[in-house]
Design a protein around this ligand. Structure first.
Ligand code: B12
Ligand code: SF4
Length: 509
């Protein structure tokens, strides 16, 4: 079907395009943490914007860091919908359509529930946009865009145009240097978005190493954050990437699976290239849970060996854990938190199991009649949206909140830090975990003052090799970094949050 003609370009003139990432969580939500939503710029949208022609005009608005104004009328509005921002995405889409703009909706949620999204868009896009969006632009310019574009076979990251980083306001983000050099993942966990999103084509593919290295070269400063689902997913690619990065003096963070950390010497190569912190999907300590969720790559693996190996290389661990899998009973929270603290995990991301539409897990839960709600705004891994097998929903929620509080108590952070052999490593762990979770009001202040880029040297200091002296966040460090903020303001902000052994005000990741 062809879209309504009132929304089409009347002649082949340059396109005025607005790319929007609607807020995932409203600032009024108890789980709102400004710093969490000021971490990364919307890379997906900057990737799509690269397909516009040189004469076109583009702007990217990320609602997490700036207000979205709706009094304009671009030719084209491109909106990215994750599940929890879907309703907001639809409201924005409806508004622009009512004004006569042509609205495109794409992203994870749109791919899972395209019929729902289609009610609010002129064109919907399934899967990654590197093949479909340029095809759409051609059709749009020719005045005959389709209603549905599906990414299928032939997906590649070769010869893609450089991401439009010029459209990103770097000083609005703590980590403006985020980067993805692969798409997808070689694994097939039943709760993951991946298989549904990449349906019909390759589920894991990489950039050319040269292109990835060139993109890295383009990024200023030292710190990088690889947002890839699995940075060690293709051994040959990762080996070449890390070899190429040696000597670049970069410090970076990324994500990988437990088996890839134990296999071969890839992790040593990564450490040598500058890997200092890694997100690891431990998910559960119970083998039956792993089996049921098809997380085979974790089965029979020695989690302690994973932690020990990473620590021996000076790499901090952000452990991911899921609560509410079918074998989880009342004891799961204490067991998991104790394990994480006892094994020196620096930061933990706890999730309530969330059956996302389109996943195998969701299909099973529907078959078993266990889904409790279709309110997508609750699908943020902090609300119980299905009936757990061995726990009451309230007990699951309480246990989750308790786990966050317990893991991030000052005494727990100190205990986990003491796991490391050297004072320097302990200080590094302590300052990273405390900096992330214990200084919320200070982060708030820094974000409001638009001074996030000034934190980068501090972050780089904490991520540097375990070789320097004092590493803890001190008032003096903060004052040096932010001369515009008075020391009284810093003291009172820190005091406001100084619950000492009290749990953190925000009980979220
Ligand atoms: C960065 C990130 C975030 C940022 C999001 C802000 C941002 N700047 O994007 C932050 C830190 C806020 C975040 C938070 C969360 N995240 Co997150 N996040 C990511 C991450 C690591 C990278 C996203 C990214 O930049 N990808 C790279 C770009 C190039 O890809 P992309 O954004 O998908 O865009 C492409 C396509 O989607 C498509 N596309 C997108 N929009 C459109 C629109 C059109 C018109 C078209 C044509 C195409 C198109 O084209 C783009 C180019 O191919 C992904 C994992 C991943 N590798 O994608 C997880 C991921 C998206 N997050 C996930 C989760 C679970 C969360 C949290 C719920 C975790 C938590 N409990 O805290 C929260 C959300 C909280 C909430 N209230 O909802 C899951 C989502 C699962 C799902 N089914 O929805 C993912 C997939 C991780 C995973 N493997 O499970 N996250
Ligand atoms: S390893 Fe991670 S990214 Fe890969 S399929 Fe499993 S959950 Fe998804």
């Amino acid at each position: 079907m062809i879209a309504s003609s009132s929304r089409l370009l009347s002649s082949p003139r340059p396109i005025d395009a607005k790319f929007i990432l609607p807020a995932l969580t409203e600032a009024t939500d108890p789980y709102w943490r400004p710093i969490k939503y000021s971490l990364f710029p919307p890379l997906g949208l900057a990737t799509l914007a690269a397909y516009l022609a040189p004469g076109d005009h583009a702007v990217i608005v990320d609602e997490h860091v700036e207000p979205l104004t709706l009094d304009d009328l671009p030719d084209l509005v491109v909106i990215q919908a994750y599940i929890t921002n879907a309703y907001r995405a639809y409201r924005i889409a409806d508004h622009y359509r009512s004004q006569g703009a042509f609205v495109c909706l794409g992203g994870l949620h749109v791919t899972s529930l395209s019929e729902e999204a289609a009610m609010h868009a002129d064109a919907v896009f399934l899967g990654p946009g590197e093949q479909t969006f340029p095809r759409f632009l051609e059709d749009f310019r020719a005045g005959r865009p389709a209603r549905l574009y599906t990414s299928a076979s032939g997906r590649t990251l070769e010869r893609v145009p450089p991401i439009r980083r010029d459209l990103i306001r770097r000083n609005y983000y703590l980590v403006p240097n985020s980067i993805v050099v692969t798409r997808g993942c070689p694994q097939h966990c039943d709760f993951c978005y991946k298989d549904a999103f990449f349906q019909g084509g390759r589920g894991f593919y990489t950039q050319r190493v040269d292109d990835a290295l060139a993109e890295i070269e383009r990024l200023p400063g030292r710190h990088l954050y690889f947002l890839d689902d699995h940075l060690l997913g293709n051994r040959r690619f990762s080996e070449a990437l890390f070899d190429g990065m040696k000597g670049m003096r970069r410090l970076f963070q990324g994500a990988a699976t437990v088996d890839s950390i134990l296999r071969g010497d890839l992790i040593e190569r990564a450490a040598e290239a500058g890997l200092r912190s890694i997100f690891v999907g431990f998910e559960t300590l119970t083998p039956e849970n792993l089996r049921r969720s098809n997380k085979r790559q974790n089965l029979g693996r020695d989690y302690k060996a994973v932690a020990d190996r990473l620590h021996s290389l000076g790499i901090m661990i952000n452990g991911s854990f899921v609560f509410g899998m079918d074998d989880d009973g009342e004891d799961v929270f204490r067991r998991t938190v104790d394990w994480a603290i006892d094994h020196g995990i620096t930061t933990a991301t706890f999730h309530l199991q969330t059956p996302y539409p389109g996943t195998q897990l969701h299909a099973r839960m529907v078959r078993e009649g266990r889904m409790l709600t279709r309110d997508w705004s609750l699908y943020d891994t902090r609300h119980v949206v299905y009936r757990p097998a061995k726990l009451k929903p309230e007990a699951l929620k309480e246990g989750y909140d308790w786990a966050y509080r317990e893991f991030y108590r000052w005494v727990s952070i100190a205990r986990a830090s003491l796991h490391h052999g050297t004072l320097k490593h302990q200080a590094k762990h302590f300052s990273y975990a405390a900096g992330w979770k214990k200084f919320e009001p200070l982060w708030d202040l820094i974000i409001r003052a638009r001074q996030l880029t000034r934190v980068t040297p501090l972050l780089e200091g904490v991520l540097s090799r375990v070789s320097r002296g004092r590493k803890e966040y001190q008032i003096e460090d903060v004052r040096e970094t932010f001369p515009i903020i008075s020391s009284d303001a810093i003291h009172s902000r820190l005091a406001a949050n100084d619950g000492s052994a009290q749990p953190n005000r925000h009980a979220t990741s």
